[in-house]
Design a binder for this molecule. Structure first.
Ligand code: AGP
Length: 611
């Protein structure tokens, strides 16, 4: 996510803005910038890359001013570049804006303003905000009213910091669905996306709420509701230390990212269904019927967790869209001399967009003429830049090594891809599409429902933490989910665990089952339920303890499992996303219980950029 900071007060804003941005680096970013009111003008310094680059530029060309805004950008619209870095200016550099969030109707606003003669230089959605404020300001409103009018018009999520050359002592802020706090100082006041940015200066904050607008000067803070009624806020005293604040109060980034999943899934669904409900819109990716019929074969290629998300895609595209899909580990694909050509579509899945094996696999595919679709989280990453098409997974930066929210975002992308292909190839009816679409739009609240039961998972951890060997078993989609569950436990709890096709146990591995074995049985797929239950009974008969993950309402499983975690009912094809949430929490609590470093597990890197 982007980072927003702002300052107005007795001191030079620049060092305060830079310090604030450096405290927000954990949010992940690919460019940075500041703007201050200096000698009658708003002066901007921006850079692609790290904050150090910004400091180097400021060393050569120092800026100073008692009011300013700053930004670290995690690109969502437009690649990381100078032009796309914030602050974004209005046409005559009179108004500067920094923004965290996604303006969903920015294209319509941009077209309207271009017709009014505005000149856009960036690919960002934020620039539309700067020009729209300018438009209303030039229509005769004062700057605060122009901001009110603008936030009334824009749709989507925003945390805004705004300064205007004609009001050199006023810093304006507004928020909706993106975090923003106001720091209360002495003869100085602050805004920031998150507490860490201001804790060096004040621990007294106002927690501004959605649809509120704030006007800050050095000596005064006014907060207004959306009808411009001034509202009084309680001062919130922050007692977190800075490191805790970066995790928004969660003990670990992994837990924070697990709990971000409702928002991440929602973000990945927004604007990805056609307004007339006639199908899916995969951003700028066409992949229409004609293109799909021209494709000879599809490969989905990835590593680790991303590979498992790709397996969900393979299973669903084959099952629902009825076309064959190959799925390969990137580290295998790149050396097997795969039979690919210009009629092959290779879908590479990667959170970081920098995984060496996946990058190499993509380059091999392109060298053989294949078309490459990247399902990527890091905007502007190598895979994102080199793929022919990109479907961004909009999960924001994932700091914890163990992937959680990125997996959910990738699986959501697989759901969308499946539906898109099935609709383009007329493999499902419009009614079936609507049923699945409506169920998908329920997913964020269903994920949230599961997260409220985290204490139940914690109790399972206390009961099973001393298990020496753990099997995750399932059939069909449940088998794929069990692979991801097993990986999580391995990588952060350092427990040997193994995913197994439930129907395969009897062909050897059941010899390993004994009293101390824990078997996690994923049984969400009702058509396979009886079969998997028989496998659960087989392991029970050999002394295993069984923790089942089942769909709510399926009480039958309680006859056979020692414990059951129920996920809310949903369409069978969407179950993998929900069934994985308790697995994430189980691995997290077990790792914690064993005293491991949950966010930075031993031997692992967040992005494996070497072979
Ligand atoms: C997942 O928890 C691991 N960190 C790892 O398997 C990861 O998914 C894999 O390295 C792929 O990374 P990528 O998605 O950035 O390409």
């Amino acid at each position: 996510m982007c980072g927003v900071v702002g300052y107005v007060g007795k001191n030079n804003a620049i060092p305060i803005l830079i310090n604030g941005l450096s405290k927000l680096e954990y949010r992940g970013y690919d460019s940075a910038g500041v703007a201050v009111f200096d000698c009658g003008k708003i002066k901007i310094c921006k850079t692609k890359g790290r904050i150090q680059n910004l400091q180097d530029k400021l060393f050569v060309n120092p800026l100073k001013g008692k009011i300013g805004i700053g930004h670290t950008r995690w690109a969502t619209h437009g690649i990381p570049s100078y032009r796309n870095a914030h602050p974004q200016f209005s046409d005559d550099s009179k108004i500067a804006v920094v923004h965290n969030g996604i303006i969903e109707n920015y294209m319509a606003i941009k077209e309207e303003l271009e017709q009014k003669g505005y000149n856009f230089i960036s690919e960002t959605d934020t620039e539309s905000v700067a020009h729209l404020i300018d438009y209303y300001y030039k229509s005769g409103m004062d700057i605060l009213d122009a901001v009110f009018k603008t936030v009334e018009r824009i749709e989507g999520s925003y945390a805004l910091g705004i300064i205007c050359r004609d009001f050199p002592n006023q810093l304006i802020a507004a928020r909706k669905d993106s975090p923003l706090v106001i720091g209360i100082g002495k003869e100085e006041n602050f805004i920031a996306s998150d507490m860490p940015a201001i804790l060096n200066y004040t621990r007294d904050v106002y927690l501004i709420d959605d649809n509120e607008v704030a006007l800050l000067t050095a000596d005064e803070i006014k907060i207004f509701d959306q009808n411009k009624n001034e509202i009084k806020k309680e001062v919130f005293k922050v007692d977190w230390d800075i490191e805790a604040a970066e995790k928004s109060g969660y003990d670990h980034f992994m837990l924070k990212e697990i709990f971000e999943q409702p928002k991440v899934v929602k973000e990945n669904l927004s604007r990805r269904f056609k307004e007339d409900d006639s199908g899916v819109q995969l951003d700028t990716i066409k992949l229409d019927k004609k293109e799909l019929l021209d494709i000879g074969q599809i490969y989905i290629v990835a590593c680790g967790t991303a590979y498992y998300a790709g397996l969900v895609g393979k299973y669903l595209i084959e099952r629902v869209a009825r076309i064959p899909v190959n799925s390969e580990l990137a580290s295998e694909f790149r050396y097997k001399q795969p039979l690919i050509d210009e009629k092959t579509l290779v879908i590479v899945v990667s959170q970081s967009g920098e995984t060496a094996d996946t990058l190499a696999a993509m380059r091999l595919a392109k060298a053989n003429g294949a078309r490459v679709l990247g399902v990527v989280n890091a905007v502007g990453s190598s895979i994102a830049r080199e793929a022919d098409d990109v479907l961004y997974t909009l999960a924001g930066p994932e700091i914890a090594v163990a992937s959680t929210k990125a997996f959910s975002a990738q699986v959501t992308a697989m759901f969308l891809l499946t539906l898109h292909i099935a609709m383009e190839l007329d493999k499902i009816s419009h009614d079936e599409f609507l049923t699945i679409k409506n169920e998908m739009e329920n997913l964020p609240s269903l994920v949230n429902n599961i997260l409220t039961k985290a204490p139940v998972i914690k109790r399972f951890m206390q009961k099973y933490i001393n298990s020496k060997n753990v099997f995750y078993i399932g059939r069909g989609l449940d088998y794929i989910v069990s692979m991801e569950g097993s990986l999580k436990l391995k990588e952060i709890a350092y427990l040997h665990s193994e995913p197994y096709a439930a129907g395969e146990l009897k062909h050897g591995p059941i010899a390993l089952i004994e009293e101390s074995t824990l078997v996690i049985g994923v049984v969400t797929q009702e058509e396979l339920f009886e079969k998997t239950v028989s496998n659960i009974r087989e392991v029970k008969a050999r002394g295993a303890k069984v923790l089942a993950i089942a769909m709510k309402g399926n009480r039958e499983i309680e006859k056979y499992a020692d414990d059951v975690f129920y996920i809310p009912r949903t369409h069978w094809m969407l179950a993998p996303l929900l069934a994985n949430i308790p697995q994430q929490l189980f691995a997290y609590y077990v790792a914690l219980g064993l005293g491991n470093d949950v966010d930075k597990p031993r031997n692992l890197a967040k992005s494996v950029t070497v072979e």
